[in-house]
Design a protein around this ligand. Structure first.
Ligand SMILES: Cc1ncc(COP(=O)(O)O)c(C=O)c1O
Length: 444
């Protein structure tokens, strides 16, 4: 009997024993292709010798030195490296241990920034429905997935939520994708004016929405308009790149493809690729200078921030991505995977949309393609797809509630950047079988 408080109290989990490249092997010897990188984490696959060596080396040299007393070399080197390739204006990095911690820090940073510059009434946050920003209370309040929020709603701060930019379901017949995107962006302007710009601190968004929408990028021009609206009202733009950042979409930062820079960017997952828990908040020089000129410190902190072993692992991950030209691999393998998915699912009666960027791709499952009617949530189709895929030795990341937190199902794929073309064919074939078996099981 296990004493672990697992995620699901009635589920049985296979025991993961070891990792080999794109595979996880359980204690019975069964191999699973990790086609979702867990949840878009393992971008270098498992057991990468250069990362293992970097961790070993660092833990032997210095396992921990509290950041209230010392800085450390891996943290400094990682910050230099991230800033050298970050979107224009970002100049400082605040290291934490994961995505939710990074979002919490970003929220408090935005708040304290406005205190530092003498605009104390700016307390309100705006985010989007169907977004996910993490499970700690501030991050959960910021996220817009109703199912995840509901039980804890009485504990959550008041955050405004505007529509996502989700063309598959939101675009009207009489508008182009670009017109639709601009219409969605205007919702931000309307909400800022409704709250009073002097009360609004920040707007949060994922450039490509991951867990809760299934790899949905915004339409062309949406984020440029969002940037303009934030600037016009003095509101900070905070981009959550925890899932879509660090190369996953084919550029190191997903927002590079939108042609904009945020005031704050949060990253995690692929930053450490699962070799260590690490997240980070990248902040503009303007924001950092306000702290320096003002109180001189950020009233925040965690014991494990800037952990030397986590930073050494992330530094090694970032080096491998550059030295092995893996951003290019993400673009070419991503295009290959997309065309395989289109071949296999393009005419599938129950796949309404195939979307995403780079090696961050999603399928939306529907009961009826013409009307886009989803499957009944009671069928728990996404749970069935996950089970059928695991039975076939495939890890993918299906989720329900795509449309409104309750209705809709999608499957997210986020394979390691080291995946080969032959692996992509196996992934597509196994996913096809899993989806068909799950649907057959659900509707009989
Ligand atoms: C976009 C986004 N933000 C934040 C988080 C929270 O990260 P973590 O689970 O590391 O706390 C996630 C996790 O899935 C995420 O996808």
């Amino acid at each position: 009997m296990s004493h672990v408080f697992h995620r699901h109290t009635r589920s049985e989990y296979p025991v993961a024993d070891r990792g080999e490249g794109i595979h996880i092997v359980d204690t019975t010897g069964k191999r699973y292709i990790d086609a979702s990188g867990g949840a878009a984490v393992s971008c270098l696959g498992h057991g990468h010798p250069r990362i293992v060596e970097a961790v070993r080396e660092q833990v032997g040299r210095l396992e921990f030195a509290h950041t209230g007393f010392f800085t450390n070399r891996p943290m400094e080197a990682l910050a230099d490296r991230l800033i050298a390739s970050a979107p224009a204006g970002l100049d400082r990095v605040y290291f934490v241990s994961g995505g939710s911690e990074a979002v919490e820090a970003a929220i408090k940073m935005a708040r304290q920034y406005f205190l530092e510059i003498g605009q104390p009434s700016r307390t309100r946050l705006i985010a989007r429905r169907q977004s996910y920003h993490g499970n700690t209370l501030g991050a959960l309040a910021t996220g817009g997935n109703m199912w995840r929020r509901e039980p804890f709603d009485p504990l959550l701060m008041d955050v405004s939520h505007i529509s996502p930019c989700y063309a598959y379901r939101g675009r009207r017949e009489d508008e182009t994708e670009a017109e639709y995107g601009l219409r969605m962006a205007e919702e931000l302007d309307v909400e800022i004016r409704r709250l009073g710009p002097e009360n609004v601190a920040a707007f949060f968004a994922e450039p490509v929405v991951g867990a809760t929408l299934g790899a949905v990028p915004a339409t062309e021009g949406y984020f440029r308009r969002i940037r303009e609206i934030c600037d016009e009202h003095g509101v900070l733009l905070i981009l959550d790149e925890v899932m879509c950042g660090m190369g996953r979409t084919g550029s190191l930062f997903a927002c590079e493809q939108e042609g904009i820079s945020p005031d704050i960017a949060v990253i995690a997952k692929g930053l450490g690729a699962g070799y260590q828990p690490i997240g980070a908040v990248l902040v503009s020089g303007r924001i950092y200078d306000a702290f320096r000129a003002g109180s001189g410190f950020f009233q925040h902190g965690h014991t494990y921030m800037g952990h030397p072993v986590a930073c050494a692992a992330a530094l090694a991950v970032q080096r491998v991505i550059e030295e092995d030209d893996l951003l290019e691999a993400v673009r070419t393998r991503g295009a290959r995977l997309r065309s395989l998915l289109e071949e296999r699912f393009g005419n599938h009666h129950h796949v309404g949309d195939i979307r995403g960027r780079g090696l961050f791709l999603g399928l939306e499952l529907v009961a009826d393609r013409a009307s886009k009617e989803p499957f009944a949530p009671e069928l728990a189709l996404n749970v069935r797809v996950k089970r059928e895929a695991m039975d076939r030795g495939l890890m993918c990341y299906p989720m329900g509630g795509t449309i409104d937190g309750r209705r809709g199902d999608h499957v997210l794929l986020a394979p390691p950047f080291i995946v080969e073309d032959a692996d992509l064919e196996v992934i597509t074939a196994r996913l096809g079988e899993a989806v068909d078996a799950a649907i057959a099981g659900a509707i009989t």
